[in-house]
Design a binder for this molecule. Structure first.
Ligand code: ZN
Length: 408
């Protein structure tokens, strides 16, 4: 896999030059590049450098990383969790009822459509659907399920109307893909052209404000180019001719952690430079983010030092665990990683090189402490580890509590 990187010189959102530094995470891996023992040390590592635009305050990755090979080979779990399925159903229903109910057979396009599960929900509600997905495996799976899916990147090259087979779309939906786009403006221009008059755009990304509230630096990834909040998202959409309809389409309880879900309607004329944020206020707030991330990393490192000599096992080999651990100086104090669905046997986490096991490992070899990275499920995880392997509640520690300094 060849990976090349280039620094950008102008803002991904507004095109102006000039950045202020926000966060620097040295020598970081991809979230997903687990390696077998014989390939340890061959994984991609590079600095993650997050900056903010002086002109529009949009937070972004300073590097373009050519990840086309990485995405093409991407085969993340084919089966979504019950929670994710519930979200998709609720999203399809809410979009259909609130924005498409006046159209007999609305046409819905999804960018980054994966295995087509979200589009299945729209189809069940009477929509015609098309997906675009860069991973060949996932696109093949979707097509086999009867969800028309074009294999490729939504960057203009793949997405002529002819390829998609529709004149225009009544809704374009994209969940946790928009922040992977190096040039969001160009993509929005394309979406604007493809939407029907007063068609809607539904975008879900990580909410920068929520990332900041919890100092979740693990969400700053090579794979993520932009980090938006309500203000910068509103500005970006306005710039390309969309008016925000709502940020509260779904209740918080239905959405995944850190979700920023926006619905915007296509307008005839772009509002241009009409910003929705106070740039100097945004930039001042970002100044403290860099400091508090560094403090969070230091607290995790101190906690590990404090418990050095014990067998400490990390629970959760998702992006959160991989990236949080990769940024730590003392990651070698950890003994192993466990996950409910490990990617395969005999794999090691990128950079930190922890062997990844199924959770049965907690029974085979007793840990003194279980550091839980999938903290959203902390109570369930503690209950299961107690019940199945006889651990005490105090032997499980939430990463979030260590990060915020509320646990010794
Ligand atoms: Zn900008």
């Amino acid at each position: 896999m060849t990976i090349s990187q280039q620094r950008i010189s102008t803002c991904r959102v507004c095109g102006h030059g000039g950045f202020v530094p926000v966060i620097l995470l040295p020598g970081m891996p991809f979230t997903d590049q687990f390696v077998p023992k014989e390939r340890i040390g061959t994984e991609f590592l590079a600095d993650i450098e997050i900056v903010a635009c002086k002109a529009c305050a949009s937070v972004q990755n300073i590097h373009d990383t050519d990840m086309s090979d990485y995405y093409r080979a991407y085969t993340y779990s084919v089966q979504s969790s019950g929670f994710a399925r519930g979200f998709m159903k609720a999203l399809a229903l809410a979009v259909k009822q609130r924005f498409l109910s006046h159209i007999a057979h609305p046409v819905v396009l999804e960018i980054g459509s994966g295995t087509g599960e979200q589009l299945q929900d729209f189809r069940r509600l009477g929509c015609r659907v098309v997906g675009v997905e860069p991973s060949r495996k996932l696109a093949e799976h979707a097509n086999a399920q009867g969800i028309k899916t074009i294999e490729g990147f939504f960057d203009g090259s793949v997405c002529g109307r002819a390829a998609l087979g529709e004149e225009s779309f009544d809704a374009i939906v994209t969940s946790y893909t928009f922040d992977h786009l190096p040039n969001p403006g160009a993509v929005l221009r394309g979406m604007h052209a493809m939407l029907s008059t007063s068609g809607v755009l539904v975008i879900e990304v990580h909410d920068l404000d929520l990332i900041c509230r919890r100092d979740e630096y693990c969400l700053f990834e090579h794979e993520h180019y932009t980090y938006l909040n309500e203000g910068t998202m509103t500005s970006l959409l306005r710039r390309y001719g969309f008016a925000v309809e709502t940020f509260t389409l779904l209740d918080e309880s239905v959405k995944r952690g850190n979700s920023l879900l926006v619905v915007a309607r296509k307008c005839s004329v772009a509002a241009g430079e009409n910003a929705a944020v106070n740039v100097s206020e945004e930039l001042a707030a970002l100044g403290s983010l860099g400091r508090s991330v560094a403090e969070g990393i230091a607290r995790l490192d101190e906690w590990l030092t404090l418990h050095q000599g014990k067998r400490i096992v990390a629970y959760g080999a998702g992006g959160r665990g991989v990236m949080t651990i990769a940024a730590l100086e003392n990651h070698a104090i950890l003994s192993a990683m466990v996950d409910k669905n490990p990617k395969g046997a005999g794999l090691y986490s990128p950079k930190s090189h922890l062997e990844v096991f199924g959770i049965d490992e907690l029974g085979r070899q007793r840990a003194d402490l279980v550091l839980v990275f999938s903290y959203g499920y902390f109570p369930e995880i503690v209950a299961e580890v107690q019940e199945r392997f006889g651990y005490q509640a105090g032997e499980c520690v939430s990463m979030l509590d260590v990060l915020s300094g509320t646990v010794e």
